[in-house]
Design a protein. Sequence first.
Length: 396
Amino acid sequence: MPTSIRDVYVVDAVRTPIGKFGGALSGVRPDDLAAHVVRALVARTPDLDPARVDDVYFGDANGAGEDNRDVARMAVLLAGLPVTVPGVTVNRLCGSGLEAVIQAARAIAVGDADVAIAGGVESMSRAPWVLQKPERAFPAAHQQLHSTTLGWRMTNPQMPAEWTVPLGEGAELVADKHRIGREEQDAFALASHRKAAAAWARGHYDGEVVPYEGVDLVRDECVRESSTPEALAKLKPVFRPGGTVTAGNSSPLNDGAAALLLVGEEGLRATGREPLARIRASAVTGIEPHLFGLGPVEAVGRALAKADRTFDDLTVFELNEAFAAQALGCLAEWPGLDPAVVNPRGGALAVGHPLGASGARLAGAVAHQLAAAGSGTGLAALCIGVGQGLALVLER
């Protein structure tokens, strides 16, 4: 066993442009999306022998279709890495991509690996319908298909009804709890789109986004720079009559993949590169499932405490915007946080939320922004369906 915990560095991070549901990436299998970012990541570090990759960790929230059979291992093989490189797929729903980063970093920290790739993938467009096996052979009645795109399905009847409300109703509950109105949610969503559009225009994403060959998509497909308060105000509530959560202040359904190259000291020397950032601490917590949107609140506090840091130390905070109400609810519980450091390049309301890929996207975004700043502390965090929160602290 190791006598000390080793430092873990982020050498590089890439992601695809995020495609909209049924959009430009809908014709690409999720295992091919995952292979694409793995291949691109390795190609950007030519001094590293791919055979030195000790393991590949990938997050995947659904795993019910073409991403079955361990999509991480499929990505390794499809990317052309040596067959000796293993791969493992992890699932913490919306936190899966960040969970993959944390697990890979933990393996390096304790000496089980020295070079690892961590990431996540999701094709919500290609998520299949599933049919349960009938209770008896040759059923004469109609059978029900369940969509695996998003949310609860085949719910266990022993679950309390208040725990299994739709995700959007969970956002409404957070809005109720913190008295977050429709106008405030729409304003937050509009700001996300404007920040994302500005970041693309300024080239801030150029160093991390790797378009998929043969697909005409070079930037995130859901960013609407032309959106207005009036346009958002016209949208009807989706989840509750007379509610406040609409398609305009909710994250869209998306397709995409992201990956990071993580190394220890020896692995860093093998890359011949300067790292973007160092991983400092992480934390995961649980909360009542219907209040899942507030899951990051406790996780962020614990991760910062482990890193001996506070909100005052933050250079950037990438908080996943599952819903405007959810993100605003978290911000309401962090009165000491400067909103200016939160999602300065736009968030998931604009960029998109391809479930299993989002956590890896956030971690990579933090690492690139810390590198651009030259120094500082960064934080990535997500709420997670069924009531969890996940957070990661990085430094440079």
